[in-house]
Design a protein around this ligand. Structure first.
Ligand code: NAP
Length: 658
């Protein structure tokens, strides 16, 4: 899509990352078009067609998706009735035929009014407060999130260096925006290739468990995702593609693990110590540090009694080793979280036996399309209708803005042994019905797979029936007694039973509470960040900590979205906020920015209060959401709009500058 008046894009032509909007011309027959439309996600298709053709009749009230609130399932086609769907399909087919007959003209810039109308057609009425967030996610004007300044605007910016630590989604977002601003930066990556968790996690069955289009960068929208929830290789390839076409590759130093950061107060510089593969340390000075080290990537292997005596192979899900034999082996899978849920169904047919060690059963979100390709007609439309992918992504983002947050809100008046509100109970009942249907032929398993905590208290997992199918297989045993110890060739449980195994797969999660571990970070007055936190990480906006000037975090404390939205949205908000902060400093001649203790304390009190109103706070079930003290230190308790509102500008008041 061409947007003629896009000032940012005109200033930085290389930042026009609209290549994912490019599509092929349509030569299909009327019937072929109608068949493709039969597979379409309609609200996004109507909107894309209205925007490219200017035909506003496609946005008629009778075709507007009512978007009923989400429970376990999302209403198909935005909740449109069968009759409205039929009308929508007919209208879309006619519009596409006209567009083909007109020679598939490349769409020009839609008027602001048409864009506004299109956005309002897709979202629920009365959500004006979301418009800026939605424009950002739509990425119209193209690259709307790009910095509105560059180093050339500030003589003091010459020579400023920024260290970015990590090259997953957050790190490449930071790199891209820094490059757009013309700042000098280096991305340190401990692994030998970019990609973060999507490079590290190569276990069998690894794939996304949030909707694919929304789990992508707003500034690099990909039109041709093939699946609803892509597999790891495709996501890694997307990241590599983004790295290449943003031109950030020359700034990335792989096999370079940052081990120490120390702030030099006199010079307002961070001394960054990194270690290469050979163990050699290098020290360099940077004016700013942005951590993009993720949250869920330091594997946690429980300290089982007798662990060292086990003679078979032990691997962690996130450190998969391809040479571990599975074929014909007796395998133990410890854990029933998101990783185990993907590994188990993928491997159980090839192993001799699979023992699944479960502490708490997860709640499952019924997701029939979890492993499916997008329907062929939908894929064809994405390849032929300009901006359809953009509007489909927008649709998924919009659904996440509200998401399932209302379903995990605690109602203090609600009296129930498990659920926390009427809406939470509705969700629980829906999930229970699915479980009962899935285990109707194995009633003995039902009590073991039924969670005793409210849905949403820990991460809900996607299932299309493969997990129950696996559990019911003759060679699979669900073990629910606790692990007491390991011996040379077996796992022993608290009921005194011995489970002989050759291979143990620990899908036991990550040291999420040890945020930024093992990086040593020394701020002003020689204070160590980990000592300051004492196992209870906190930050202002999840980004800054008092006493650690010019130090910014992405995926920081209390920024994990667990029932709505994606981590990518948060990283983009954080990076753009940091760039605005740097601009503020440059324009005021400051060298250092440090959040003040007062706003930091107040902000965290507000966050804690928010978390106490969510299912995860009242439930005693274990999860990575909480730290050792039981405080929810990872979760963002509010909506996406709340975080957007906090970070979409830059208020200098909470900071002191020098
Ligand atoms: P996790 O959710 O923390 O699950 C760890 C599992 O190990 C839990 O079932 C836990 O039991 C169990 N466990 C831990 N210690 C144990 C012990 N000593 N004995 C027995 N069982 C033990 O870890 P994860 O599955 O790796 O997922 C972590 C997060 O990463 C997810 O929530 C998600 O956000 C992300 N993730 C995403 C994807 C994706 O997008 N595709 C895939 C994987 C992971 P309890 O439940 O009793 O604590």
């Amino acid at each position: 899509m061409r947007l003629k008046n896009d000032e940012t894009a005109m200033r930085n032509p290389e930042t026009r990352l609209d290549r994912f909007d490019r599509v092929a011309p349509i030569h299909a027959s009327d019937d072929e078009i109608a068949r493709a439309v039969a597979d379409a996600e309609l609200p996004a298709l109507l909107t894309a067609l209205a925007v490219i053709t200017g035909d506003e009749s496609l946005l008629a009230d009778e075709l507007k998706p009512p978007s009923p609130s989400m429970t376990a399932r999302i209403a198909p086609q935005g909740g449109l009735s069968a009759e409205a769907q039929a009308k929508a399909r007919a209208a879309a087919t006619r519009a596409l035929i006209r567009y083909r007959d007109a020679g598939c003209p490349e769409p020009g810039e839609p008027s602001a009014q048409l864009l506004d109308r299109a956005v309002r057609f897709m979202i629920k009425s009365g959500h004006d407060e979301c418009m800026d967030l939605l424009r950002h996610e739509l990425n119209l004007p193209v690259d709307v999130g790009a910095p509105d300044w560059s180093v050339a605007d500030f003589p003091a910016a010459a020579g400023i260096r920024v260290a970015v630590i990590g090259s997953g989604f957050a790190g490449i977002t930071a790199a891209h925006r820094l490059r757009q601003a013309g700042l000098d930066f280096t991305v340190f990556e401990k692994n030998s290739e970019v990609g973060g968790v999507w490079w590290e996690n190569t276990y069998p069955g690894c794939r996304l468990d949030t909707p694919n289009f929304a789990y992508s960068l707003s500034f690099a929208q990909k039109q041709d995702w093939q699946q609803h929830f892509s597999q790891q290789p495709e996501i890694l390839k997307y990241i590599l593609d983004v790295v290449d076409f943003t031109g950030i590759r020359p700034h990335i130093r792989c096999d370079a693990e940052v081990c120490k950061l120390a702030f030099d107060e006199a010079r307002a510089l961070w001394r960054v110590s990194s270690r290469n593969k050979a163990g050699q340390e290098t020290e360099e000075d940077f004016h700013f540090v942005i951590t993009a080290m993720g949250l869920l990537n330091r594997p946690s292997i429980p300290d089982f009694k007798g662990l060292e005596s086990f003679k078979g192979r032990i691997i962690h899900s996130a450190a998969w080793q391809d040479d571990v034999p599975l074929e014909g082996q007796r395998v133990a899978l410890i854990g029933t979280g998101a990783s185990a849920f993907q590994i188990g169904p993928e491997i159980y047919r090839q192993v001799e036996s699979l023992s699944v060690f479960q502490r708490n059963p997860p709640w499952m979100l019924p997701t029939p399309t979890y492993h499916d390709d997008l329907k062929p007609g939908m894929q064809w439309l994405l390849r032929h209708v300009p901006s359809y992918g953009r509007w489909f992504r927008f649709w998924q983002v919009w659904i996440g803005v509200e998401g399932r947050l209302h379903l995990v809100e605690v109602d203090p008046q609600w009296q129930h042994p498990v659920s926390v509100s009427e809406a939470n109970e509705t969700l629980r009942q829906e999930c229970l019905r699915t479980l009962e249907a899935q285990f109707a032929d194995r009633p003995d398993l039902l009590p073991q797979v039924t969670p005793s905590y409210p849905p949403g208290a820990k991460r809900m997992l996607r299932d299309n029936g493969t997990w129950p199918e696996m559990l019911k297989s003759d060679n699979v045993t669900l073990v629910t007694d606790g692990i007491s110890h390991l011996s040379e060739h077996a796992i022993h449980t608290s009921d005194g039973r011995e489970h002989p195994v050759d291979v143990i797969i620990c899908a036991t999660g990550f040291k999420a509470a040890d945020f930024l571990y093992p990086l040593q970070i020394t701020g002003t007055g020689g204070q160590d960040l980990h000592t300051h936190w004492d196992g209870d990480c906190r930050a202002y906006l999840g980004i800054t900590v008092p006493g650690f000037p010019n130090f910014f975090m992405t995926s920081g404390p209390n920024t994990g979205v667990v029932v709505n939205g994606s981590a990518i949205f948060f990283s983009e908000c954080q990076v753009e906020y940091v760039l605005r902060g740097i601009k503020y400093m440059l324009s005021h001649g400051h060298r250092a920015i440090d959040v003040q203790p007062g706003p930091y304390v107040d902000y965290n009190a507000w966050i804690d209060q928010g978390n106490t109103t969510k299912a995860w706070a009242v439930a005693s079930v274990s999860s990575w959401y909480k730290n050792r003290a039981g405080r929810a230190a990872q979760t963002w308790p509010f909506g996406l709009l709340d975080y957007w509102n906090l970070t979409s500008g830059f208020d200098a008041a909470p900071y002191r500058f020098s």
